[in-house]
Design a protein around this ligand. Structure first.
Ligand SMILES: *Cc1c(COP(=O)(O)O)cnc(C)c1O
Length: 368
């Protein structure tokens, strides 16, 4: 650190201490980028055309993205006021946390989960309460419920969970809602819900209108392949969404992003078949790894979790040498996006050797 790196202005110490958001590593031309859970398919031509047609960017966009809200409202049987659009669902998470939690308040979530949560809570001035994942890498909702105090203002539930790809079941979720106070904001982060094939999994859509304190977050970034345009949505009670709207940075959802999202909803069938193809690829990958001896939680997002523990950085480096850019979480595990089929083959080409080298009893290795 040079002297000029230490700011003389008085900044919030908790912000200065905050690590910057760590983005998935870029990949060079010969490598596959499997570090950000992106959709490997190119955008559909009619989505590109819709973006090109939204070229009046000398004008501000419609601040509330009404056309998109109306379309989503029709899809979910809601009123447009029960839909709120953000520049990615990360923006919506930020708005909702700011709306509900400030200094002295607590936000409870499972850990490890989405790496944006801790920073967003700190920026709001609130305190994170992290409840460790169960041994099977899923949320421990009973412990999360037990962690709720008078100070808790938000609970975040991520299903499928990033990075472990595990789901929360509908039963687990409903039991949690039954004991959570109904003045506690519960955010169900469903960034990967379109990839879910487990019929036991919670699905926010079927819960809409049932709870006065539940907001469901979804995004066009993953299943719909619009990560670079930044557009996501919240579904929930009008009063809560209005509070989120009040904390939002105005006009941050661009016209191009809204137009792409609207066009994508018209292409739902085509996009869904891509999602199905990725889910099939994911399940085949999981099965093949399991046969090789890996002990991996059944994945329900467009990514898998390798519980590599102490060997995480070593294994990630090995995958990197093979041209697979992945997301390591030191001492915990590695998140690998299900990308191109060639990338899956490349992974399976070296993964048997990797698991065989783990000592018996290693968490990433199947017993027997
Ligand atoms: C990717 C992701 C999001 C949101 O991404 P946006 O691009 O901001 O919509 C939200 N939650 C989780 C768990 C994610 O992995």
């Amino acid at each position: 650190m040079s002297p000029t790196d230490t700011p003389s202005v008085r900044l919030r110490p908790e912000i200065v201490a905050l690590p910057a958001y760590a983005q998935g590593k870029p990949a060079d031309d010969t490598a596959f980028k499997l570090s950000s859970n992106e959709n490997p398919f190119d955008p559909l031509p009619s989505v590109v055309a819709a973006v090109e047609a939204a070229s009046d960017f000398n004008r501000y966009p419609d601040a509330s993205a009404l056309v998109l809200r109306e379309k989503l409202a029709a899809k979910y049987g809601l009123t447009p006021a029960e839909v709120h659009i953000g520049a990615g669902s990360v923006a919506l998470l930020s708005q909702l946390i700011l709306a509900a939690a400030g200094a002295g308040d607590e936000v409870v979530y499972s850990w490890r989960s989405f790496e944006a949560y801790p920073g967003l809570v700190t920026v709001a001035g609130a305190t994170s309460v992290r409840v460790p994942n169960r041994a099977d890498h899923g949320h421990d909702l009973a412990e999360m419920a037990a962690a709720i105090t008078d100070r808790t203002r938000v609970a975040i539930i991520c299903s499928p969970n990033n990075p472990t790809s595990t789901i929360v079941t509908a039963d687990e979720f409903e039991s949690f809602m039954a004991v959570a106070p109904n003045d506690l904001l519960v955010i169900l982060d469903e960034a990967y819900v379109e990839f879910v094939t487990d019929s036991q999994a919670v699905n926010g859509e079927s819960l809409l209108g049932r709870y006065p304190n539940l907001v469901v977050l979804r995004t066009f970034s993953k299943a719909y392949g619009l990560a670079g345009l930044r557009v996501g949505y919240a579904l929930g009670p009008v009063g809560v969404l209005d509070a989120a709207r009040s904390t939002a940075i105005p006009l941050s959802v661009t016209g191009a992003a809204s137009a792409a999202a609207v066009a994508s909803l018209d292409l739902e069938r085509e996009l869904r078949s891509r999602v199905r193809a990725l889910a099939v690829r994911r399940d085949a990958l999981w099965q093949a790894l399991t046969v090789q001896g890996w002990n991996i939680p059944q994945p329900q997002g467009n990514f898998i979790w390798l519980p590599t523990g102490e060997e995480t950085l070593e294994v990630a480096a090995r995958l990197g040498e093979a041209g697979l850019v992945v997301r390591p979480f030191p001492l915990e595990g590695i998140r690998v996006s299900v990308g191109e089929s060639e990338a899956v083959e490349r992974l399976l080409g070296i993964s048997a050797e990797i698991v065989a080298a783990f000592p018996p009893g290693h968490a990433a290795r199947r017993i027997g």
